[in-house]
Design a binder for this molecule. Sequence first.
Ligand SMILES: CC(=O)N[C@H]1[C@@H](OP(=O)(O)OP(=O)(O)OC[C@H]2O[C@@H](n3ccc(=O)[nH]c3=O)[C@H](O)[C@@H]2O)O[C@H](CO)[C@@H](O)[C@@H]1O
Ligand SMILES: C=C(OP(=O)(O)O)C(=O)O
Length: 428
Amino acid sequence: MDKFVVRGGNPLLGTIKISGAKNSALPCMAAAILTADEVILENIPQVRDIETERKLLESMGAEVELGYGRAQHRTSIKCAILSDPVAKYEIVKTMRASSLVLGPLLARTGIARVAMPGGCAIGGRPIDLHIKALEQMGAVVTYDHGYLEAKTDRLKGTHIVFDKITVTGTEDILMAATLAEGETILENCAREPEVTDLAALLIAMGAKIEGAGTSTIKVQGVSSLHGARYRINPDRIEAGTFLIAGAITGGDLIVDCCDPSHLGSIIGKLEQAGVRLDVGTDNIRVRSEGGGTLKAVDISTEEYPGFPTDMQAQYMALATQAEGMSIVTENIFENRFMHVNELIRMGANITVSGRTATVRGRTPLQSAAVMCSDLRASAALVLAALVADGESILDRVYHMDRGYERMEEKLRGVGAQIRRMGDVFGKK
Ligand SMILES: CC(=O)N[C@H]1[C@@H](OP(=O)(O)OP(=O)(O)OC[C@H]2O[C@@H](n3ccc(=O)[nH]c3=O)[C@H](O)[C@@H]2O)O[C@H](CO)[C@@H](O)[C@@H]1O
Ligand SMILES: C=C(OP(=O)(O)O)C(=O)O
């Protein structure tokens, strides 16, 4: 199992480029199920979840080509024949976003068999709201040995109000509605930029959608969709993670090829914390003197445009280096504090009560052997290790590889001492 070896103490200096958003790329790849034509996606990040999604689509009969060389971030998907419309448990258990194939499979083939996702390290990951919406659209859903099977002659447009805001739920039903008969009105939708990204691809494929990015989306169903070429937006969570890397190390870093308009809540909190940010059109320069100059700021995770749960762990690493008490409240997932005990092992002063963590800073961090428990917890541990005294060893970095493209190479490029154990090119 790969490990990261990180020696703390270097300020990050230079320019770091942001990859395409994993959480846009995954639903966009699933959207290719909706047509027999070729869908070409550009700016696809090279991360493990994309490879998993490729396997998932191929297991159903799709032809998927991941580019290489100069075209390494381009993917072509052709779902001319979907011989086996099943999302198998072996794949779903490694990637919850696999449930995104449910809506498109059902809309295109009239049948979908998808393993129930179960929970994961950050909490329960139910898909009851996806199922309820599909039933409202006329699907018949049954359960069989850990799988749900949905069938329909053709989905029917209807009026759906999500009981709770769900990102992949909104995306799944949006895709289903594109091929439904008549109009579907979706209310209480997620407004995340990834939903807007998906809608833009669907529109390029011939879908009739209004209101993506707002809480009400209207879809006029069409009888078929066609192929398209589409460029995925930059990853706002990767960008936010590197902004914190610049801030925590007392660096001077340009986070390039990002979309600052998607980063409002993160920019706001970092500025309150005393970090200097120069916001350009597609880049942000982050400057800080590091620990000692950072101020404690409370954060509370919310749906977009609020502070993202996917940045909570990384922000907590920063809070350990801020003067004063920061209250971190996690409102989206019930168990997303797995990084806390590892940060405490590195010297952080953090107490957790229910959904709230209290971070008392500033504490010097010590290097340690630590364990990554999920994707963003891993990122938080890298950030902590970048300012710890000595060499930290991060185990189970396969969690990181799910969603960060060449994290260690990008950080090394701006002066961090980080290598993957066993990576001969990275050894110093
Ligand atoms: C691939 C992808 O895009 N993943 C993102 C997506 O996950 P994901 O789409 O799975 O998260 P949701 O927005 O669906 O979950 C939000 C909340 O709703 C609950 N819920 C969700 C669906 C449902 O049917 N029933 C239900 O109760 C969840 O348990 C959670 O408490 O949004 C999350 C919240 O921004 C992010 O952390 C993930 O990175
Ligand atoms: C939680 C995440 O992803 P997923 O929903 O795929 O688990 C994430 O990207 O932080």
